[in-house]
Write a protein that binds this ligand. Sequence first.
Ligand code: SAM
Ligand code: SF4
Length: 496
Amino acid sequence: MVAQATDDVSTTDWMRTVIKEDEITRYMEDGRDFIDEEGIEALLRSNQNPDPQRVRGIIAKSFSIERLEPEETATLLNVEDEDLWEEMFQAAGEVKRRVYDNRIVTFAPLYCSNFCVNSCLYCAFRKENTQEKRRGLTLDEVREETKALVSAGHKRLVTVYGEHPLSDASYIADTMSTIYETKVGNGEIRRINVNAAPMSMENLKLLKEVGLGTYQVFQETYHHRTYQKAHPRGIKSNYDWRLYALHRAQEAGVDDVAIGALFGLYDWKFEVMGLLYHAIDLEKHFDGIGPHTISFPRLEPAANTPIIKKAPYKVSDRDFKRLVAVIRLSVPYTGMILTAREPAEIRREVISVGCTQTDASTRIGIGAYSDKYNEQEAERQQFVLGDTRSLDEVIRELAQMGYITSFCTAGYRCGRTGKLIMHNFRCGKERPLCKLNAVLTFREYLDDYASEDTKRAGETIIQKETGEIEKENPAVVPKLKEYLHRIESGERDLYF
Ligand code: SAM
Ligand code: SF4
């Protein structure tokens, strides 16, 4: 149970125990981290006005699902010509289709606690924001929130926590166990990803034991000086503890790790390069295993965060689409997450350049899904959302756009994670399996949760997908039909 937040001696003592220096330095080379700012600036300078043929050569490399080198990404970032950008948008969409087909995975964030010892200048949860209503969900409340999300049809959550002794690793583990135990009729949460502060390997092992899916830590900004300004105090002021959070996770046995940058704190081109170097360093240390997903949130207004209004590096809608396309082309194997921070019209536009996951029916207040708190209250949420549509509405729109929403979590439960999934993505092996599981889980959603309008749009997609499977993979069709029949008779959670 979460008690009252205190900022007393015990919190300060706890803060001193969090960072383990040897769990940073073991990954560094000659005491330096992998973000060489001068090197990045030099690459961005020396690859200006690229020759279109060179750009097309780089795109061809992305088509072969090879991760780009920094010089190549710097070249793409420097394209000026609008027509060439159009080619890059098309190519990014095509790379996504080759690896992930027309699937979009949906999830919901579940904010569990907003107690925080840190002072991130852009976040309403920062310690100095005395107007924020602080709250951590009790396990009973976690159960209520989970029931509300399961009842809407969700199968995947990302749980979110401030950094505080009241929401330490054992609290996170308890909330995860509670979520996995909660069932509503046919429904349950089958995968929990976690977005929480960097942890020690010991704590990461604890979370793995209770079923941690992907562990997400966003670096926010890769630019050291900007990082220090935006995180002036608290544990998060340690750039390298955060930078190596996902190295520690991989070493602790967490198979899937997720990187991200908060766009708007520094130059977007620099941040894309930072993300690429992060992917490269993970691959280097962990036998080719890079990030399972990349996130690219843009700074949104948040209560009592003056930094956002003054932000000199705000990313325009045009540049946002560009950066998403360049990330897709640079790290073709990775999943890419577009969130409800963005308004619906931007989501429509940007999803086509390579996104694979999106959230829906999102509420980011603590306790905001269950009956007690139906409103998005400013003083309890982290920032302001751009898109508050229901899961049903989002799925309907995706179906109308030709995307199938997948609730599949089979890969993880069949051991297709880490190195194996990376390999399967790179050589196109995962695509047919994912397509089958997308059909099965979408069928479940349509039968159990969809409105009539969504069912209509969804049936068209199911028919199209099944037709493609019949052409591309006829051997599996009898089993697919058998599974669909069993779903119709009420069985659930069947997968390939
Ligand atoms: N407290 C943990 C941490 O900071 O890593 C995890 C949770 S934090 C609430 C999740 C993410 O929200 C942060 O990593 C940051 O990128 C994002 N975020 C914070 N303030 C934001 C804002 N004003 N607009 C958009 N995203 C924001
Ligand atoms: Fe705390 Fe995370 Fe918000 Fe920073 S971003 S204030 S660490 S919750």
